[in-house]
Design a protein around this ligand. Structure first.
Ligand code: PSU
Ligand code: MN
Length: 302
């Protein structure tokens, strides 16, 4: 039985030659950014990597195939079609139906690993939700990162989540966490969540060294590279704190729970910040993609 995995010719050639490749997720395109800007963003993300001599591998599920590396027509589909958001457990169902969908950090990591890709850039990881002690709402992103040997670059997790609980779970799950030029965990729109990290690395070459020793030890878990925006680029903390508090209160007043909460909070925060949070979101993705490109180049040159 061969895997229902379709690796694009450019990605397959780079993997074969040992030249740098970076995986990109598709949920940020289909669900995280509004149309039609999302298509321009998706193309822009790929061109940051191409401009660095790194092959981009945007990951998605299309017509019953796991895809690593999309054509421009396929990017247009991801950006324009109403497709479901897929985590790892959804993949067998969608493949069985010959369906399509966008992949979360969990599903993207899983598919990238099947394709043999070692480095992945996202915006923000999923994590432990506020109130998880009662709801058990914790993203499958965390569990999958305990099982897949990928290096994922993320600007920490959003402040709509429970950040210290997320850090505790990353510890329990054995996920290797590195601050990229920082001793504190970023909280997506903000440079510094105030929560300290045990380990910092100065540059991409140092991340590649940790990848190599992780492989030597044969540890199963991923490496999470926590990459903050420079302070000058972050969302104004006063604007952020007010929007977050208002959005949380509105979600509570409307009695929202479960899967509805995150999309509601994110949309509400975009509205409350006059679109500023969205502009910062795009900068975060670009910043993470650049760092992932540098890590992939360091890894390929070892
Ligand atoms: N965080 C956001 N916006 C998003 C995501 C996370 O602020 O769109 C996406 C990512 O693809 C992430 C996924 O992997 O949602 C996590 O979803 P869940 O919490 O349902 O596992
Ligand atoms: Mn959830």
């Amino acid at each position: 039985m061969s895997l229902p995995l379709s690796v694009s010719p450019a990605v397959a050639a780079a993997l074969e030659a040992g030249t740098p490749v970076v995986a990109l997720e598709s949920t940020i395109i289909s669900h995280g950014l509004p149309r039609p800007d999302n298509l321009e963003a998706a193309r822009g993300f790929e061109s940051i990597l191409s401009g660095m001599g790194v092959v981009p591998a945007t990951i998605a599920v299309l017509d019953g195939q796991l895809k690593a590396g999309l054509t421009d027509d396929e990017l247009v589909r991801i950006a324009g079609e109403d497709i479901p958001k897929l985590s790892v457990r959804d993949l067998p169902i969608v493949l069985a139906r010959g369906g399509s969908g966008a992949t979360t950090v969990a599903a993207t990591s899983y598919i990238a690993d099947l394709a043999g890709i070692r480095v992945f850039a996202t915006g923000g990881l999923g994590g432990v939700h506020r109130g998880a002690a009662e709801t058990f709402d914790e993203s499958a992103d965390l569990k999958v990162l305990s099982e897949v040997p990928i290096t994922v670059v993320s600007a920490g997790v959003k402040s709509i989540l429970d950040i210290p609980a997320t850090l505790e779970r990353l510890e329990s799950l054995g996920v290797i966490v590195l601050g990229f030029g920082t001793d504190t965990f970023p909280s997506f729109w903000l440079t510094d969540s105030g929560f300290e990290l045990d380990w910092a690395v100065p540059d991409a070459a140092a991340v590649a060294e940790v990848m190599a020793s992780r492989d030597e030890l044969g540890q199963p878990a991923a490496i999470l590279v926590a990459n903050p925006l420079p302070v000058t680029e972050q969302l104004d903390p006063a604007v952020h704190d007010r929007a977050l508090a208002d959005a949380l209160r509105m979600a509570d007043e409307q009695g929202l729970s479960g899967k509805e909460v995150t999309p509601f909070l994110l949309q509400t925060i975009v509205g409350l910040t006059g679109g500023e949070s969205l502009a910062v979101n795009l900068k975060i993705a670009a910043n993470n993609i650049r760092v992932a490109g540098e890590i992939a180049r360091s890894w390929a040159s070892r």
